[in-house]
Ligand binder design. Structure first.
Ligand code: HEM
Length: 150
């Protein structure tokens, strides 16, 4: 009887330890996946960065010729969702894919880099640490190929 209880209690404790262990590791995983999202100040922080980014693009003579007919509100909303999703946040980008969007615009690597630089400046303005802003820019790097056509 005594042994039976001891064994049962030991089994119960083991099960509890397993459950606790998996809960901790699930939490650790979620945290590492959205560190970037948190570092950017979640959706409100991203919206603010995008709001500062758009006037920088529009004032940038290296690239502003592309944006003369821009629907600013729609562009801001799509960009913020895209950055939020890329950063591991809970948003879902529902705009067009990057190749289709920029097809035929004649965007060069220099144009791409100018836009990335403006984004870095917008993040600096919002006191985002460079370790964080570099991570977002790194997430955008694979888009260079579908966007650049010149
Ligand atoms: C990592 C770099 C870039 C990202 C993440 C990006 C993202 C986007 C997104 C999400 C949209 C809206 C898509 C939609 O309407 O469904 C868009 C539109 C646009 N992008 Fe980019 N873009 C990038 C680089 C560039 C560059 C380098 C240029 C030109 C210098 C550019 C010019 C435009 C223009 C003109 C539009 C508006 C298109 C329209 O309204 O028809 N983009 N971009």
């Amino acid at each position: 009887m005594h042994t039976f209880f001891n064994t049962t209690i030991r089994q119960l404790l083991c099960a509890l330890a397993l459950i606790a262990g998996s809960a901790v590791s699930a939490q650790a995983q979620t945290t590492s996946e959205n560190t970037l999202y948190l570092g950017l100040g979640e959706k409100a922080g991203i919206d603010k960065i995008v709001a500062d980014f758009i006037p920088l693009i529009l004032a940038d003579q290296r690239i502003n010729q592309f944006f003369s007919k821009l629907d600013k509100a729609q562009f801001a909303a799509l960009l913020a969702d895209q950055f939020c999703e890329l950063a591991g946040g809970p948003c879902k980008y529902q705009g067009r894919d990057m190749y289709t969007t920029h097809d035929g615009m004649g965007i060069s690597n220099a144009h791409f880099n100018a836009l990335a630089e403006d984004l870095q400046i917008a993040m600096e303005k919002n006191n985002i640490a460079s370790s964080v802003s570099n991570k977002l820019v790194a997430k955008l790097a694979p888009m260079q190929r579908p966007i650049v056509s010149k």
